[in-house]
Ligand binder design. Structure first.
Ligand code: CP3
Length: 350
């Protein structure tokens, strides 16, 4: 039994005393303790050393008082395990020196068995669960197939995603073949996290917001749906599944069709509108602009209250930012947000 299960209760729309909150990228460079870890090892080593990944995961739990922990790792870890080399650079973020350019490269990719290729993730989940001592739930995660494909085809984070869109219109068969391989990879990968003790999982389809509704319906949604069905039909997993898209405001109804229990929102959409559109079917997570955390604690509190008011009364809301916390955010401001959400939200619950 968890001491604080508010996050899980909100995912299931069960009654609560206040709204739970966690922060995307809550373990990151904005914390000096994280930067100290990174002075000793590079990012991939941090991800691949369960002891260190556990330390990173627990930093924001102890320092911010969030209501959920999230595994410290990266969505590109299983992609590397498929046989693609990835480099994390200081300025450009992740880079694939040899992005996919041919069908032969797609066919050469393997579907990694998590026990063999990413055992450090399984060990990290186990160790985090042990060290959390049932204080709060642990969220596991993976990238959704379309978003992982964008990195593999573009070679890095892109502004306009022209390469992957070229595949959509010039060689859709290659893209579907790639998405098939990714779907099997992500299914196995998430199942390994759940079996190791993750209480919930989040699928990051960060860049699917660049797709038209029809493109989304063909190149992302079916694969996301299959991963969710697979997690459920494997029998044992009953925990919440969260689907996040940056720029998903145009896709909300389709996202809710995925079978996810919770839909993660960015800041571009009014959460009152999102609740009207899909709030009877799913819980909502979000959706404060990360830049609000540049403001003073008073303003952070007022902005948090605004979102709580827009969502309105009752359960079914997990407070979060609309995208990852920025590296130049003051830690005190992140702490102020958590405190403000806890205090200001109680009037919206029985
Ligand atoms: O939320 C958490 O605290 C858990 C850890 C986590 C990381 N990445 C750690 C990380 C999670 C859930 C992710 C997901 C991720 N990774 C996404 C989806 C969510 C999103 O932000 O859109 C994406 C697109 C990636 C790919 C990725 N990894 C990018 C674009 C970058 C560079 C940007 C940056 O902030 O540097 C990374 C690197 C990365 N992933 C860092 C961290 C803490 C920074 C690495 C460092 O220490 O230098």
């Amino acid at each position: 039994m968890l001491q604080n299960d508010r996050f899980l209760r909100a995912c299931r729309k069960e009654p609560l005393d206040y709204t739970p909150v966690w922060i995307m990228r809550q373990a990151g460079r904005y914390m000096k303790e994280y930067r100290a870890l990174r002075e000793k090892v590079d990012f991939l080593t941090l991800c691949k050393t369960p002891e260190l990944a556990t330390q990173a995961t627990l930093l924001p739990v102890d320092m911010l008082g969030v209501d959920a922990a999230i595994l410290f790792s990266d969505i590109l870890i299983p992609v590397e395990a498929m046989g693609m080399s990835v480099v994390f650079t200081e300025n450009r973020g992740p880079v694939f020196p040899e992005p996919l350019r041919t069908e032969a490269q797609v066919k050469a990719l393997s579907i990694p068995l998590p026990e063999e290729k990413t055992p450090f993730v399984i060990d990290a989940v186990r160790q985090i669960r042990r060290e959390l001592k049932d204080r709060i739930p642990l969220i596991g995660f993976a990238g959704a197939p379309y978003t992982l494909a964008t990195y593999m085809v573009e070679g890095e984070t892109s502004r306009n995603f022209h390469q992957v869109k070229r595949w959509i219109y010039q060689s859709p068969g290659w893209l579907h073949a790639l998405l098939e391989t990714l779907t099997e990879t992500v299914s196995l990968y998430l199942r390994s996290q759940v079996e190791a003790g993750a209480d919930a999982v989040q699928l990051f389809d960060t860049w699917a917001g660049m797709l038209s509704p029809d493109e989304y319906a063909e190149f992302s949604l079916p694969y996301t749906r299959r991963i969710i069905q697979d997690l459920r039909s494997a029998g044992s997993f009953r925990g919440p599944i969260i689907l996040y898209i940056n720029g998903g405001g145009t896709l909300l109804e389709k996202m809710a069709d995925s079978g996810a229990d919770v839909i993660g929102l960015d800041w571009r959409i009014d959460i009152a509108d999102a609740r009207k559109r899909i709030g009877d079917r799913v819980s909502l997570q979000g959706n404060l602009d990360p830049c609000v955390l540049y403001a003073s604690p008073d303003i952070i509190r007022a902005q948090a209250r605004k979102i709580l008011t827009k969502f309105g009364s009752g359960s079914g809301h997990i407070f979060n930012l609309g995208h990852g916390i920025l590296p130049d955010t003051p830690v005190d401001h992140a702490r102020a947000l958590v405190e403000a959400v806890h205090q200001e939200s109680s009037s919206f619950h029985e």
